[in-house]
Design a protein around this ligand. Structure first.
Ligand code: SF4
Ligand code: SF4
Length: 376
């Protein structure tokens, strides 16, 4: 089997091992095969030496949380995320990963009304204790409140799928902040961005969803995203689709904090929120490198504490916490311990997956935009 990998990407790794301490799966297991270097060696064996795609190979790949913490640590500039996505697409196409039930779940993400109704039913079932904890679902909201209504055309607010179904209040918080700044917003109904499909190796689905999202936000106005995973995926549409239109679209995408950071001094908060510890979602820190903007925004309303764990992944990783609960749990334990060392009672996280994963461990996790809107 060929993995259809870019040979130059594979060649770039010099095996120095500088990425290993930045890899959460290596940190919790100590296994070379579960490190970036080990995984690249396994890819090379299949791609260059014709080694078979064994169950072990599939495990090495599927245990990668795709946090991309290895990329900024790599002096050779290995594009590990791109390698991992290509491998997954090949494995998914041959039925080695992403079973039918998972594909069914992802299909629901692209049907927004179905997702809203299904989420409400699940939330009620959770209250009635009909959903086993072992399923790994976070506590879903029974009420999600009204959707944000457009006020102008200065920027687009992208509402997405899970974020809108489970954390719609954060979209309203972004709208509140923009109202205070006098910025008018249009609201997109393009649906799911396809980030989870890309992670699961469902490239064709991801490309179809990307095209739908692009069509939903015409013009040149900036596109504001309040979910780190969605923002990272949409900034990568140019690479995913390979068209000038997609590249132009991606250039308009901003994490909401990137848009707000240069404007936040115009705001006049009514209260100060005390100490808050910042948790950096991997796709905000390692991929978008927008973690500084989050701090600029939050510092307006809170005293910030920092973690001492080098930004290691918390284990949420899209559907990873449900698919690899043991590894995800071990990563979360390390994150919870690091948060505990700060002595802060409130954690700020700009990604719904991280917020729910850490919230399920009993922590109080708030989106930075919810904190900002509250202080206004
Ligand atoms: S993406 Fe994350 S889990 Fe995967 S190899 Fe890189 S650092 Fe490790
Ligand atoms: S840091 Fe880069 S070059 Fe070094 S082993 Fe890791 S991926 Fe390879």
């Amino acid at each position: 089997m060929t993995l259809h990998l870019d040979s130059e990407d594979l060649t770039t790794c010099v095996g120095c091992g500088l990425c290993l301490p930045h890899c959460p799966t290596f940190r919790v297991t100590g296994e070379e095969a579960l490190s970036p270097r080990g995984r690249i060696a396994a890819m090379r064996a299949v791609e260059w030496e014709g080694a078979p795609v064994t169950e072990s190979f599939v495990e090495f790949m599927s245990t990668c949380v795709q946090c991309r913490g290895c990329e900024p640590a790599c002096p050779s500039g290995v594009r590990y995320g791109s390698l991992q996505e290509r491998v997954r697409e090949t494995l998914a196409a041959s039925g080695r990963i992403t079973p039918w039930w998972q594909r069914l779940g992802f299909a629901a993400l692209s049907r927004h009304r179905l997702l809203l109704v299904g989420s409400s039913l699940l939330a009620v079932a959770q209250r009635l204790r009909l959903v086993p904890r072992a399923v790994g679902l976070p506590q879903l909201p029974v009420r999600r409140g009204p959707a944000v209504r457009a006020t102008g055309t200065d920027v687009w607010i992208y509402t997405g799928c899970v974020m809108d179904a489970w954390m719609r209040g954060t979209h309203r918080s972004l709208a509140v902040v923009l109202d205070h700044l006098g910025v008018g917003y249009a609201v997109a109904d393009g649906g799911c961005c396809g980030a989870l499909h890309t992670h699961a190796g469902l490239g064709d689905d991801a490309r179809r969803l990307a095209q739908r999202v692009i069509a939903s936000m015409p013009g040149e106005a900036p596109i504001l995203i309040d979910s780190a995973g969605c923002g990272a995926a949409m900034k990568d549409y140019g690479h995913l689709l390979g068209t000038d239109e997609a590249r132009a679209f991606s250039a308009r995408v901003l994490d909401a904090h990137e848009y707000l950071a240069p404007r936040v001094a115009q705001l006049t908060p009514q209260r100060h929120l005390g100490r808050v510890v910042v948790q950096d979602p991997c796709h905000l820190r390692h991929v978008q490198k927008a973690h500084g903007a989050v701090r600029t925004v939050l510092a307006m309303v809170a005293d910030l504490s920092e973690l001492d764990d080098d930004g290691l992944c918390c284990g949420a990783g899209g559907a990873y916490s449900a698919l690899e609960p043991d590894l995800a749990g071990a990563m979360r334990e390390r994150k919870v311990a690091a948060i505990g060392r700060t002595g802060c009672g409130v954690v700020a996280s700009a990604n719904p997956g991280c917020a729910m994963h850490l919230g399920a461990a009993g922590l109080t996790v708030r989106h930075p935009l919810d904190l900002l809107a509250e202080a206004l």
